[in-house]
Design a protein around this ligand. Structure first.
Ligand SMILES: [Zn+2]
Length: 183
């Protein structure tokens, strides 16, 4: 079991280092462990046994104590043809982003953040991310919209030392941005 770094730890605020490619066995093992850990967090039985673990849909390497640019994402889509979104990304880079914004109506959460931070977290509605995919073992280009784009941006933020609540308006946390999409 990997230990989750909480947001009182200043290491979560650092910019993470690029990972050398081709991926070393050690880094492949770590990103596989990260995915295992994320999937465990989604198992109700596991959470019952480990009450400190909360459910997540993504995990970035700095959240498990490694300040390098790797992240994993996994969640069901509810779509029969494409039932699962699952990524193991190394050195992800946002290469295209939309002007249009979106936000989760219930706000965002994070495995590293135990306190509630009410408010809207505005993100780009559409992004294109280029990365090395440690699952497919090749370079990939991912076009993501809405919820998929939000999860990717949340995890990529971790690689730059940014937490979701940094993006909540301090004066008016539930400010509406005209033209933004509620999800
Ligand atoms: Zn997070």
């Amino acid at each position: 079991m990997l230990k989750i770094v909480k947001d009182n730890n200043p290491t979560l605020r650092e910019r993470c280092a690029e990972v050398p490619l081709p991926l070393s066995e050690e880094h492949q093992r770590l990103i596989d462990e990260m995915l295992d850990e994320l999937l465990l967090s989604q198992d109700p039985e596991y959470r019952k046994k480990h009450p400190s673990v909360r459910e997540g849909v993504g995990l970035a390497a700095p959240q498990v104590g490694h300040n390098i640019r790797m992240l994993v994402i996994s969640y069901p889509t509810g779509d029969e043809k494409n039932p699962l979104v699952q990524h193991q990304l190394v050195n992800p880079k946002i290469v295209v982003n939309s002007v249009k914004k979106c936000y989760l109506s219930n706000g965002e959460g994070c495995l590293s953040v135990d306190q509630e931070h009410p408010g809207y977290v505005y993100r780009d509605f559409k992004i294109v991310v280029q990365a090395y995919d440690a699952k497919a073992k090749e370079k990939v280009s991912i076009t993501a919209r809405g919820y998929d784009a939000i999860v990717l941006q949340h995890e990529i933020d971790h690689l730059n030392g940014v937490l979701f609540y940094d993006r909540i308006d301090k004066v008016d946390p539930f400010k509406k941005i005209p033209g933004s999409v509620e999800i």
